[in-house]
Design a protein around this ligand. Structure first.
Ligand code: CTP
Ligand code: MG
Length: 218
């Protein structure tokens, strides 16, 4: 079973507010994207990698991959306006021989083989895809301009992370849609998605505090 990874690294990182895209913000001594790239490269599950980089940052990304010795990286493409568009651009470069595509956010640097194994397993059990999830522990409310409108029933609610794994043909068929994660596109097509245990260390770097926290875990 050939597994290809798509690394979504093309976001602007507006909430981080650095002078460069989030993928190139410093995490330790290297750009943030180096950490997930190295980890995917070292994963025993992954056969090839396509990176979606911010438009204009393809070349620095290729140089970084070379510096890391990331020989599984077969192309670096320019991302699109939305995450879904970036994933579509990358999917175009995934070879037809790939049976499974693992989509991962560069903004979650600490991906490892344990969670990759957990999302891949359900694909041989009849599922179209799998996502790592964390249970909600806080009470969840809907607010409109600072005023609480509703308190949601937390029962059955989880937050989803990446890496997310999909049968390649299912993801390709669903990829014309828009959504904040790939699983939602497959769900919208009626695909069956398995929820597997996530990992708090797969925190998505959004703010400078998140970056500092992840740096402290390296
Ligand atoms: N992403 C992408 N292409 C986009 C938007 C996002 O590849 N057009 C990627 C980001 O690089 C990130 C992941 O999707 O790895 C999750 O997005 P998010 O955390 O929102 O990152 P940014 O969009 O860069 O941040 P912000 O929303 O603060 O601008
Ligand atoms: Mg964003």
């Amino acid at each position: 079973m050939s597994v290809w990874a798509v690394l979504a690294a093309a976001g602007r990182g507006e909430r981080l507010g650095d002078d460069r895209p989030k993928a190139f913000a410093r995490l330790g001594d290297l750009p943030l994207v180096a950490e997930p790239l190295r980890r995917l490269e070292e994963s025993e599950w992954i056969d090839g990698i396509i990176v979606a980089a911010p438009a204009g940052w393809e070349e620095p990304c290729i140089v970084l991959a070379e510096e890391l010795g990331a020989g599984k990286v077969s192309s670096v493409v320019a991302g699109g306006e939305t995450r879904a568009a970036s994933v579509r651009n990358a999917l175009d470069e995934v070879p037809d021989s790939a049976a499974v595509v693992l989509v991962h956010d560069a903004a979650r640097p600490l991906v490892d083989d344990d969670v990759i194994g957990r999302v891949l397993a359900p694909l041989s059990e009849g599922f179209d895809g799998a996502v790592p999830v964390l249970a909600l522990t806080d009470t969840v409310k809907r607010v409109r301009h600072d005023e609480v409108v509703e308190t949601l029933d937390r029962d059955g609610l989880v937050v989803s992370q990446t890496p997310q794994a999909f049968l390649a043909d299912v993801l390709r068929r669903a990829s014309s849609g828009e959504g904040t994660d790939c699983a939602s596109l497959v769900e919208a097509q009626g695909g069956r998605i398995k929820a597997v245990p996530g990992d708090p260390r797969l925190l998505k770097v959004t703010s400078q505090d998140d970056l500092d926290l992840v740096a402290s875990w390296l």
